[in-house]
Write a protein that binds this ligand. Structure first.
Ligand code: NAI
Ligand code: MG
Length: 350
């Protein structure tokens, strides 16, 4: 099985190495294929998201990815296709997702005993729409006086993400799907997202559904997280809410995620490249280790996925080997070693 590796930058290479070591400890026949991106791709192919790397990604279909730094005000990138057409994206990360037609970003948040305090029992998954909203790169400056950005909502994308969420709920025994929006203030665009959601919800009478405003949702997530099971939301709200949920579990370094399409999937943490701690060997690799578990489940390696999740959560709950974001002193490598030791025991049935 070939799996692509996009190391990213900042803490990307450190946590990618950790996640690969954990997966390797499961003894699966995986061949890791390095795929240049950002600086590495500029050096090799002269473009941060070059067609060569996209072709490699399309070939392997499944990849694990570290975060990539996007400079403020400088994220826009243009990708040129074989037919000469130009495609503009708001960031390198968005370019990878869109070039591969990845349309939903599932981000689970599950409380960890001993770590998550009042949020120990939180167990929800955010389905973030990934192809449009204000991240469509349809924006421009009007001289020095103004700037404008289009919030795009299409029926195809809104219904597709809703359908994915309901299918997921059925497959994994989730009971309720909540649409999060701002259809009071953004009544036409978010109103349309909600309308599409309700149309799809009617096709799934066996799954409970409801909807909430995004501002109230942030309050409920903090105060009554047990209200939520599956959340479906637009690109930007999903971006923000998933960082909030990772924080409620205990740290951004605990937030896994995936970018899923019909022809492939890229697995990455919900956080960024953490430049403030990059290169220090102290990042919490849990987010990418758990993303790797999602990846293994996606390719049908349920036993290994489950073992990685159980072992990682056990090391965290035990509290003896924690990285600094969780109040410990362990390095990325020490924490990863502890997870691998536990994983070997779990896989051996100890
Ligand atoms: P960030 O998520 O990188 O960091 C926010 C805070 O969380 C920092 O204090 C950081 O040290 C901490 N943190 C994040 N991950 C951690 C981990 N695994 N272990 C311990 N602490 C962790 O957000 P920030 O600083 O706003 O963004 C940094 C860069 O990342 C920006 O250039 C941004 O555009 C980019 N970014 C990239 C993403 C991607 O590649 N998918 C997603 C989000 C941001
Ligand atoms: Mg984000």
């Amino acid at each position: 099985m070939k799996i692509g590796v996009l190391k990213g930058n900042g803490i990307g290479p450190e946590i990618t190495e950790a996640a690969l070591r954990v997966v390797d400890a499961c003894g699966l026949p995986i061949e890791w294929v390095n795929i240049p991106i950002a600086e590495e791709a500029i050096e090799k192919y002269g473009h941060p998201v070059p067609p060569e790397s996209i072709a490699m990604l399309k070939d392997v279909k499944i990849a694990i990815k570290g975060p990539i730094t996007v400079e403020k005000g400088k994220g826009r990138v243009t990708c040129i296709h074989d037919d000469g057409s130009e495609h503009v994206y708001p960031s390198f990360n968005n370019a990878i997702r869109r070039e591969l037609e990845l349309f939903v970003c599932p981000r689970p948040s599950r409380g960890i005993p001993g770590i998550s305090g009042t949020h120990e029992k939180m167990d929800l998954i955010i389905m973030r729409e990934l192809t449009e909203d204000v991240y469509s790169a349809i924006e421009h400056r009007i001289g020095d006086v103004a700037a404008e950005c289009v919030k795009l909502v299409t029926r195809t994308a809104a219904e597709r993400v809703a359908r994915y969420a309901f299918d997921y709920a059925r497959k994994y025994g989730r009971k309720k799907v909540t649409c999060v929006h701002k259809a009071n203030a953004i009544s036409i665009a978010d109103g349309f997202f909600l309308e599409c959601f309700n149309r799809v919800a009617a096709e799934y009478p066996d799954i409970e559904s409801n909807d909430l405003f995004v501002d109230a949702t942030t309050f409920y997530l903090v105060k009554k997280p047990e209200m939520f099971d599956v959340i479906v939301t637009t690109n930007q709200y999903g971006d923000i809410l998933s960082d909030l949920c990772a924080g409620l579990v205990g740290s951004l370094g605990l937030g896994p995620g995936a970018n899923i399409g019909f022809k492939g999937a890229v697995f990455e943490a919900c956080h960024g490249s953490a430049p403030d701690i990059a290169g220090m060997g102290i990042a919490n690799p849990t987010s990418l280790i758990l993303s790797a578990a999602l990846m293994l489940r996606h390719v049908g390696e349920e036993r290994a996925a489950e073992a990685i999740e159980t072992s990682t959560r056990a090391v965290l709950s035990e509290g003896k080997c924690l990285t600094r974001d969780l109040g410990g002193t362990a390095s990325t490598r020490e924490f990863t070693d502890a997870v691998i030791e536990r994983l070997r025991g779990t896989l051996a049935g100890v």
